[in-house]
Design a protein around this ligand. Sequence first.
Ligand code: SAT
Ligand code: MN
Length: 578
Amino acid sequence: MATRLEQWVDETARLTKPDNLVWCDGSEAENDRLLGAMCDDGTLTRLNEELNPGCYLHRSHSSDVARTEHLTFICSDQPADAGPTNNWMAPAEARAKVTPLFDGAMSGRTMFVVPYLMGPPGAPHSKVGIEITDSPYVVANMRTMTRMGQVALDQLGGGDHFVPGLHSLGDLSPERRFILHFPQDRLIWSVGSGYGGNALLGKKCFALRIASTMARDEGWMAEHMLILELESPGGQVDYIAAAFPSACGKTNLAMLVSPLEQLGYHVRTIGDDIAWLRVGDDGRLWAVNPEAGFFGVVPGTNDHTNPNAMRTIQTNTIYTNVAVDESGVPWWEGKSKTPPAGLTSWQGTPFAGEGKAAHPNSRFTAPARQCPCISPKWEDGQGVPISAFLFGGRRARLVPLVAQSFDWNHGVLMAAMMGSEMTAAAVGEVGKVRRDPMAMLPFCGYNMGDYFGHWLRMGARLTRPPLIFTCNWFRQDASGNFLWPGFGENLRVLLWMLERARGTGAVVETPIGFTPAPGALNLDGLDVGAATLAELSRVDAEGWRQEVADTRAFFAQFGDRLPADLTAQLTALEARLG
Ligand code: SAT
Ligand code: MN
């Protein structure tokens, strides 16, 4: 009897009609072969072999440069199960519409069967996915982003427990592009895009959208969060998980360089994008990074903003949509003040100084193990215990530098109220504020009203819950200057959060939560005056009343799927604002 995997591969090959079929084993030799073939046919360009050994450039189609949320669907039986913030398509309609796009889509191409593991090998909660794709670029990326090949088949052990994901480049036309999730079947279909979260199905499609529905059913959490490790003088180690919308500095925060290293404060990385969290026997929440690599935004990355990322992406990295100089060294906005002469833009044309040389959503794909500050615990199958959650966005006004919620349920409200100015990570209106609860708006695989309820229920099960904070590194003064230096200095905010977790750390009580009392943040060696600090923490009641009204309107769309507790929290906040 053929296994479920063999049957599915067989069926898929009959539908997509590839010229060849390759089962990927994840080996070095296989990877070398694939990279070589992609260099030969122009899919990849080898970068400077001395300065960037093992690095390649890929240029995607110019209409395929970011996630396309309007072409991303949750195909649950009932529209109410996808909820008002997701696009919904009936499963039968989705199959009828998209099957023809897969029909013969791989003829003239090779079909790769890519077994992969989300989570460390051998760990009890790691999960197997199988991606079938006709893109060798996707295969190479999956090899970096996940544990790919034999290791995943070993974990599967001949069983039936895997999440199938079918991907084809199709004709790359946005007219015929669909990213479909079938939560009941734990199945993913993606056609028409070769880019990032649209095509590397282990990431947003599995580890967030499908995993969030599994987590709801099984009592755990799949969140869009970095995980970082903080060691204090004396050796105490704590872990923080933080959620920010795409392209708001998660990778920078995850790899933060401690400005207080001399004093014994060390920061290490567990993950930069996704956290899977479970309740431990000790009543704490334990987090695992299911990924094995970083798919980070390149522009703005430099030795000041993220020296650890700079070192991580020096070797064995696939760059997508960056510019390149005459000697084959990649370049992007923010790498140096002025572009080098003789630059070729991300579109492969001579860069004349107009527009951007690298696409604003250009990315690096790099192995996590290359990160100089990766924690020795990053592949621990038990995970790490989380002391605090941090929710942030990009807001020029209103939201203070940091605030602590009064308790878990109030924290869930704060996280659900999150808004952020949109970035280039998704196709849309860059700069416009949109509500992005828990930074999960594009990634929650079910009704977000139910998702809020899941958060409330999880809190009730935790005897030692993480404290919940919100932050905003991006607040500006009236002339548009950032008030807070950001980057490594964000550590000072994290240290105050840890003090709060230990029951110390002075606060001011405001209607929206606790903010640091004057003098409570360690600002040694930092040039931030008292007036600036006061402005950073200022709570503008009128502005917040407007924020409450916006939130009420946002919440209204969830109707009776919105937990009553959340409405009660919002009403209480409104009352505190007076
Ligand atoms: O393209 S991805 O979805 O993987 C990146 C992101 O939006 O965070
Ligand atoms: Mn992300």
